[in-house]
Design a protein around this ligand. Structure first.
Ligand SMILES: Nc1ncnc2c1ncn2[C@@H]1O[C@H](COP(=O)(O)OP(=O)(O)OP(=O)(O)O)[C@@H](O)[C@H]1O
Ligand SMILES: [Mg+2]
Length: 259
C-alpha cells in the first residue's frame, strides 16, 4: 500500500514557548519533500515533535501515518509504526555496539518469536555497510562513540536502510559529509525511494538536492511553512538567499521569536 503521511495545523511548544505555529504538510509514498529555511526557524523542532521527543509539547493539530494517529503513540510506537529520524546531532551511546543497537531495533519492529536470526542480520548489515563503503569495524564499535561527523551521518543512513521505515526524516544529513560521502549517502537514499516510503529532508544546501531530486521544496520561517515549490525553488534560494522570500511575504525577523 502506498504510504500517506499527513500533518495538519501542528503547533508545538518548548517550555511554554511556541515554536511551531501551525504546520500543514502531506507526504505521499514515493515523494521526497525538502525543507529549507534559515537557522532557528523550527526545522529540527518539527522533526523532534513528529518523533515524540518529550521536551516538545504538541498543543494543537494532528499527524497521521496511513490513517493512524501518530500523536497518540509513544516514541517507541512511532518508530515501530515506521517513522524514522536521522538526527542533526546523533547521540553517542557507550556500552551498546552498533550491531546490538540495530538488531534490537529491528526485532522491536517484529512479532515475538519472529526475530531476525543473528546470521541473517549480520549478513544484511554487512551488505548495507558495503554499499555505504563503511569499514566493517563499525559493526562492533559503540554507537556513535568517537565517530567522526561524517561517520555518524553515514551510520544514520545505515540504520534507515536496515529499518526500512515508511516515513524518513533526515535532518541535515549532508552536514559534515565529504564530497564522496555525500554521493554515497544520496545513493543510499535514492535506492530506498519507493511507493511505500516518503521522505522529509531538511537541508541548508541545494547541493544535496542535486543528488536527491525533491518533488517539493518548502521554506520554513517563524515556525511555519511560508512558501512551497518545486526543485527550482531550492536553486533560487541557493543563488539569492532568503531576503526575497522575506520581502515577498513582509517578514522582518524570520526566527520563531516573533509572532
Ligand atoms: N530544547 C530547547 N530549548 C530551548 N529552545 C529551543 C529548544 N529546542 C528548540 N529551541 C528553539 O527553537 C527555535 C527553533 O529551533 P530549531 O532547532 O527547530 O531550528 P532549526 O530551524 O532546526 O535551525 P538550524 O537550521 O540552525 O538547525 C530556536 O530559537 C531554538 O533555540
Ligand atoms: Mg536544525
Amino acid at each position: 500500500m502506498s504510504t500517506q503521511f499527513e500533518i495538519q495545523g501542528l503547533k508545538s511548544s518548548i517550555e511554554g514557548k511556541e515554536i511551531l505555529k501551525g504546520i500543514d504538510l502531506k507526504i505521499k509514498g514515493g515523494e521526497v519533500h525538502a525543507i529549507m529555511g534559515p537557522n532557528g526557524t523550527g526545522k529540527s523542532t518539527l522533526a523532534s515533535a513528529l518523533m515524540g521527543h518529550p521536551k516538545y509539547e504538541v498543543t494543537d493539530g494532528s499527524v497521521t501515518l496511513n490513517g493512524e494517529d501518530v500523536l497518540e503513540m509513544g516514541v517507541d510506537e512511532r518508530a515501530r509504526a515506521g517513522l524514522f529520524l536521522a538526527m542533526q546531532y546523533p547521540s553517542e551511546i557507550t556500552g551498546v555496539t552498533n550491531a546490538d543497537f540495530l538488531r534490537s531495533a529491528i526485532n522491536a519492529r517484529r512479532e515475538e518469536g519472529n526475530e531476525i536470526s543473528l546470521i541473517k542480520f549480520v549478513r544484511q548489515m554487512e551488505g548495507k555497510m558495503k554499499e555505504l563503503e563503511m569499514n566493517p569495524e563499525f559493526m562492533h564499535r559503540y554507537l556513535n562513540e568517537g565517530f567522526s561527523g561524517g561517520e555518524k551521518k553515514r551510520n544514520e543512513i545505515l540504520q534507515m536502510m536496515l529499518l526500512e521505515p515508511k516515513l524518513v526524516i533526515l535532518d541535515e544529513i549532508d552536514s559534515g559529509l565529504d564530497i564522496d560521502a555525500l554521493r554515497i549517502v544520496a545513493e543510499g537514499v535514492n535506492a530506498m525511494r519507493s511507493e511505500e516510503r516518503g521522505f522529509l529532508i531538511i537541508t541548508h544546501y541545494q547541493r544535496l538536492l542535486n543528488y536527491i531530486t525533491p518533488d517539493f521544496v518548502h521554506v520554513m520561517m517563524q515556525g511555519r511553512i511560508v512558501k512551497s515549490g518545486g526543485p527550482e525553488l531550492a536553486h533560487r534560494l541557493e543563488a539569492e538567499g532568503y531576503d526575497w522570500v522575506k520581502e515577498e511575504l513582509g517578514i522582518v525577523d524570520e526566527t520563531v521569536g516573533q509572532a
